[in-house]
Design a protein around this ligand. Sequence first.
Ligand SMILES: [Zn+2]
Ligand SMILES: [Zn+2]
Length: 233
Amino acid sequence: MLSFYLLLAVGAGASGLIMTVLTMFYRSPAGDSRKLRPPRPRPAGVARWGANVALNSAVSLGTVCGLTYWVYPLFYTWGAASIGRIILEGVAILLIYDLLYYLLHRYAFHEWKLGRRVHAVHHVVKTPSAADSLYLHPLEMFLGVALLWVSTGLWVLIVGPVNVYAFAWMFFVYSILNVVIHSGLELPAFPFAPINYLAERHQRHHLSMTAGNFASVSPIFDWLFRTEVRSRD
Ligand SMILES: [Zn+2]
Ligand SMILES: [Zn+2]
């Protein structure tokens, strides 16, 4: 199990590093010409923001470690698998997650009264930068991370245990995407055009509780359910 934790630590470490670099760039003079929009005032003070981010880092780490430990014998296999199988399993779980997160975000967090109060914490920041991916209600952090294990559980129920490397690359991509969609930056089109697109659509989402763009991993379910919003403001 220690080896598996180390695999997951690669994804967590990479996303932490990318978050730090993108946030520092956003706040540097060089980042001014790259911002998607002029930064709007932030209602939360620095101390309150830092306490929330520290708490959510702990909640995220605890949820990942706890859920992994809990389901380890049932969910994962170290058995040999082809590269194709490893790619397919990761993509399938990401797609299941993207759909479930879309539904949770659109209905539980944007339409249910209690859910809106929880999610409003994340929406306080109208023009996020990368570190704001950790600024949210701890319950939302827990539910968002736990949903990845729920998605994996559905795959395991239908198909059987998931290859450890499939889960690890999927977790790597999930962790990094969650950071880069909050970058608030428009980086050089090559090679960052897909990331710029995801960052723009998520920042558009932050501007209003009534905006679309609910999915986080891909735009697929916003396209399917016609909730994609492309306007810049
Ligand atoms: Zn966000
Ligand atoms: Zn939202």
